[in-house]
Design a protein around this ligand. Structure first.
Ligand code: ADP
Ligand code: MG
Length: 614
């Protein structure tokens, strides 16, 4: 056995093993080169999933004959002018894409600069370099890659079905296009055009939103919040979706560092942390975030495909993302995404003319649909009856009390205080099924799930109060003794200090019982026994080493369940309106802790469409 130096072509093929994993990686390298070349329009074409042909054409700066000859040499690059790996301002810098591709396929590069009076072309065929020769081409560069991996049959075997490879490539193009809204992109697979993006106009954030909208679908544009934050010399910009617009996977989350699409655990973790309060574990928000920082603060040279990065100060980056996202989500207030009402409309839309019997009320002459008392029993009829029935005051005032949702005073007449309609969530008109509040807004109706909304309000109020030094409590006139059994009583008294911060003052009372002296004021009059029993059950399940704060959402939902607004309680008009106003004033009140909406809004236009009036 003897040691020998590998041939240049072997070295290129080995490099290709890392850089050119599949057709999508070729597309990525070539499009990055076009972006680095200052192109304003980039056209990508693919045949047979990239096996037969990948062609990328741009209108960038182009290359003259000498540069063209150098470009296909290994480690030849125009992008490290100062030989400084700490200041990488371009997408490329390793100088190995073109030679690697040339070693495993038939590569032709044709290019012309702004000043050149002719274009030049060069071909590398499985590592065999041809001579530079004159060619016809407008300003810019066209790179054609034919018969990918013909020179490395082992790699060829790993190619997936053409549409799989094509989709991967389209994905790469979309990611790069998001980071460069000013560039026009097109992508076609011979048969049809998959991507067609016009250059976006306007300032950076609005151009970006246009581009994201075009790529992620219009839902995103309607439901996105702009992010623009800076900490030290790191800037975070981009757009994030409202929590109620969510998906079962993270495929529509895009992260960029200095214009480079990356998949990074740190960034993904920070996004999860920011949305933790608003989404269930298995739901994912839609977003595109762009981190821009001086090149020396991030190492992009950790992987040949350049999709992973290393930050000089990961904690700073994480903190910036978490706080900027949380801030934006808080500013969004009670907003829930329009997709919620779209979904609701989809569900409401009649499936067929003759729907299931019993749900359609017979129209009676003169009386109108809801007129007759003899209408067959149905949920709609009940709803209508309830709408017309005056709220039962005796029942209501017997049930309520409490600071936040202060009741009293008769319910407002149906059309009192029209000014309230200027409120985003409108004025409450009725309560249906003792569960839903129906409100009229300036141009539509809002249906609130009172229980879900109240739970969220309690949670947000508790969180806020805890950061401000404790939840307001109200003293029970007569302390309540609650029998819990020994284990339950112990679980509760062990946590007495933490519960006090949540507004619940308990102390041991003999064996197996506790005495409750004070309850959270924001609950109003509560069912103390039920509350403490349920809490004891919760606490028994929690890891006693962990602070209650880690389980705050669960604890709050248990607490809220025993408040005055849970499902099944009658509310009077004032209480309903108080709830709506609180929702408007409370961040994150548009969704529950699992990303489900707390209310649905239907615009008049939508309703008219439902009835075929438009
Ligand atoms: P890198 O991008 O890392 O520099 P490449 O092998 O991808 O390495 O490209 C080598 C060089 O060829 C680049 O540095 C650039 O000068 C030139 N080049 C490649 N593609 C283009 C293009 N589309 N337009 C202008 N110049 C290009
Ligand atoms: Mg390159």
């Amino acid at each position: 056995m003897s040691i020998r130096l590998l041939s240049e072509n072997m070295i290129n093929q080995i490099a290709a093993g890392e850089v050119v994993e599949r057709p999508a990686s070729v597309v990525k390298e070539l499009v990055e080169n076009s972006i680095d070349a200052g192109a304003r329009r980039i056209d990508i074409a693919m045949e047979d999933g990239g096996r037969v042909l990948i062609a990328v054409t741009d209108d960038g700066c182009g290359m003259d004959a000498d540069d063209l000859a150098l470009a296909i040499e290994r480690h030849a690059t125009s992008k490290l002018p100062d030989d400084d790996l700490q200041h990488i301002g371009t997408l490329g810098f390793r100088g190995e894409a073109l030679p690697s591709i040339g070693s495993v396929a038939r590569l032709t590069v044709t290019s012309r600069t702004a000043v050149g009076d002719s274009a030049w072309s060069i071909t590398v065929d499985g590592g065999d370099k041809g001579a530079v020769h004159p060619a016809a081409h407008p300003r810019g560069t066209r790179v054609e890659v034919r018969d990918l991996f013909y020179a490395t049959p082992a790699r060829l075997k790993f190619m997936k079905a053409p549409q799989t490879e094509r989709n991967h490539a389209a994905d790469v193009v979309r990611r790069l296009a998001m980071a460069h809204p000013e560039i026009a992109f097109s992508f076609s697979d011979g048969a049809r055009s998959l991507i067609k993006l016009a250059p976006a106009q306007g300032d950076f954030l609005s151009a970006q939103l246009d581009r994201l909208d075009a790529i992620m679908g219009n839902e995103f544009g309607d439901n996105a919040l702009a992010i623009d934050a800076e900490r030290e010399s790191i800037r975070l910009s981009g757009h994030i979706g409202l929590p109620t617009l969510n998906r079962g996977n993270a495929a529509l989350q895009f992260l960029f560092v200095n214009g480079r699409p990356v998949r990074d655990k740190l960034l993904q973790g920070a996004v999860r942390a920011a949305y933790r309060d608003f989404l269930a574990h298995d739901r994912h928000p839609l977003l595109a975030l762009f981190l821009d920082m001086p090149p020396e603060l991030v190492d992009v040279n950790t992987h040949p495909a350049k999709t992973e990065v290393r930050f000089r100060d990961p904690g700073l980056v994480r903190g910036l993302i978490v706080s900027a996202l949380k801030h934006a989500l808080a500013e969004a207030g009670h907003r829930a995404s329009t997709t919620v009402s779209n979904m609701a409309l989809g569900a409401l839309r009649p499936r067929s003319e003759s729907g299931p019997s019993g749900t359609v009320l017979p129209l009676r002459p003169g009386g109108g649909a809801f007129g007759g008392r003899t209408a067959p029993p149905s949920s709609l009829a009940e709803a209508a009856a309830e709408y017309l029935a005056p709220l039962d005051q005796a029942h209501v005032s017997g049930t309520f009390g409490g600071a936040a949702m202060a009741p009293s005073a008769p319910a407002p007449a149906i059309d009192e205080a029209p000014a309230l309609e200027e409120y985003p969530l409108g004025v409450a008109r009725a309560q249906l099924h003792e569960t839903y509040i129906v409100a009229q807004t300036a141009n539509g109706i809002v249906i609130v799930d009172q229980h879900a909304a109240h739970e969220r309000l309690v949670y947000e109020a508790m969180k806020k109060a805890m950061t401000e030094g404790g939840v307001k409590r109200q003293v029970l006139l007569i302390p309540e003794v609650v029998e819990l059994g020994e284990a339950g009583a112990e679980a509760v008294t062990d946590r007495a200090g933490e519960l006090e911060a949540l507004g619940l003052v308990v102390e041991p009372f003999g064996t197996g019982a506790v005495m409750v002296r004070e309850t959270p004021a924001l609950l109003g009059e509560t069912d103390v026994v039920g509350l403490v029993r349920d809490l004891a059950d919760d606490l028994a399940e929690y890891d006693s080493a962990l602070g209650l704060e880690t389980k705050l959402a669960d604890v709050c939902s248990t607490i809220a369940c025993h408040g005055s607004i849970r499902a099944g309680r009658r509310l009077n008009g004032q209480e309903m309106n108080a709830l709506l106003r609180q929702m408007e004033a409370t961040p994150h009140s548009g969704q529950c802790n699992h990303g489900r909406p707390t209310y649905v809004e239907l615009k008049l236009g939508d309703i008219e469409r439902l009835f075929g009036r438009r």
